[in-house]
Design a protein around this ligand. Sequence first.
Ligand code: GLA
Ligand code: ZN
Length: 690
Amino acid sequence: MPPLRHPLINSRYPHLLHGGDYNPDQWPLRPDILAEDIRLMKQAGCNTLSVGIFAWATLEPEEGRFEFEWLDRTMDDLAKAGLHAILATPSGARPHWMAQKYPEVLSVEPNRTRRLFGLRHNHCPTSPVYREKCAQINSLLAERYGKHPALLVWHVSNEYSSGYCHCPLCQEAFRDWLRRRHGTLEALNQAWWTTFWSHTYTDWSQIESPAPHGEHFLHALNLDWRRFATDQTVDFMKNEIAPLRAHSPEIPVTTNLMGFFYDLNPWKLAPELDVISWDSYPDWGAPQGDVAVGFRTAFAHDLNRSLKGGRPFMLMESTPSVVNWRDVAKLKRPGMHLLSSLQAVAHGADTVQYFQWRKSRGASEKFHGAVVDHVGHEHTRVFKDVAEVGGVLAKLDAVAGSGVPAEIALVFDWENRWALDDAQGPRKSKGYEDACHAHYHAFWKRGLPVDVLHMDGDFSSYRLVVAPMLYLVRPGVAERLEAFVEAGGTLVVTYWSGIVDANDLCFLGGFPGPLRRLLGIWAEEIDALHDGETNRVLPSAGNRLGLARHYEARELCDLIHAESAGVLATYGQDFYAGRPALTENRFGKGRAYYVAARLDANFHEDFTGALATELGLRSALPGTLPEGLSVQIRSDGTHDFLFLMNFLPHENTVDLGTETLEDLLGGGALRGPLTLPGFGCRVLRRLSTS
Ligand code: GLA
Ligand code: ZN
């Protein structure tokens, strides 16, 4: 279990933060609107606004001429009103003059075409000019505002995502990076298996990033290119952060991440940041239903909390109503705004921030949700929803800084994801996220808190570690998993694990490679099923976990041999009927399970239930939870805060049991059955059981 008491986002402000992206730079001609903004912020219960995110052209309208008066006014106005600022560095987009004078700041596409000026998040991360310009503007901002009473947090850039620039500068940087990683060209050729199709490199200059009209099936190249893109982004970010820390070491630094965004490995960015923040845009109201959207969003919140060892994170962006970039911009139903905001807090957020405070009048986001609509006043449904959240957060000061008592770690690893998806076979769509969701959903339904780790994470403080589809295994991982199980931990690994090493080279001598001894099995072959095809998995009579139902297998079925492991279930059909489908290996004081096939929700329910009972895992609320109701727990070690959240559009009743719980929002004490309205939520407090 990670620690339960953490530093506040900023120790000067012992409250949950509430606010959003604020763009006074878009309204220079409307002082009346700017004055009105401050009044409305107070009215909405907002306390902290994010300023300057895309303001470079306003800050530096021509090269070397800086205009800070508007930002001085904004920061002073916020401070005077008792409000705070999250101040951004502007590198998410740059002024026209810069791209015109220094085209190298613009990134180059995989087809080797340099982008024209436009859009955002598309700079070259290597360009010395861009790095210098960023360092300069960041220094000026930090010098000027680093000690400003309004400033709480530095917001570096916006949604870093442009690490994949294919310009000549980036190619050279990639080659240098490869020299550092592999040492010699011989070693690189060996690691990348370049004798295949006669692709042996004989000079470093022959190495090019993956290209649609060039090399893109050399999977180890693809993997190293992705690693490089993350490292180059981290390097770029460090260049941005240095002047901020130099001028204002006491102000925490964050950058807004994007949940399970594919192209950057957030575990590499996290150590450089003081606080994690992320932008969450779930598709509430989507046809799959809000329960499905709800548990997937929960998983992403848990990832962000786990990125810094359980330290509370910032929900940096969310929408107060619609997201305009989806195919269908559905309104949040009544209740959903409070529910989705509190869901973030339930999983460890100490802030609820929005994109955006006031709707822009023109350009591409003029129809994106905002606290203040084009009508300009507070008499809107959305404004009232936001003010309600403001009122609720103000009652939850005690929650700030508390942690989540997770006894379970779920491994989700970016390099594994990239390598797995890129491989040809055994199926085009591998479903890594789905595999993780299937386990996560079973925990969510039982109110069992979960941390999300990468494979290099520290497993030692958990009772149960689940590593679905651990296809790529980096050096040291198997040894650490062995140590974890040996010391009494329980491990679950699934089909298609232990297949390649960190260079994407297959393990020789039998899968699951370095995990074979721990799992006590040999995976000889894997069968891929067409969509709609199924097999059956039948629990063995008298199996120790008490599994009793028949389960359905889809998509991937490993054909394994139990070596030291015992068999808990077998396949029911096809030529491999009778072969093991679920095994258990005793290893030291612990046990390691292998789930050989992608199994249905009934399996996950039964298997998770059996493990939870056997290990005595503590759920947030004892007893069975009704479908669609999530209970999450935060705790500071003295008090537990229980968040009860109904993701169904109709009433749902939960049994609180005999214990008396304090209702932090409504006041009073509660026990026994509690009925929540559709999309209803409650926050309760009890003496800690953690
Ligand atoms: C992202 C960006 C914001 C805005 C929102 C809209 O998260 O950071 O600038 O574009 O999306 O949903
Ligand atoms: Zn570049």
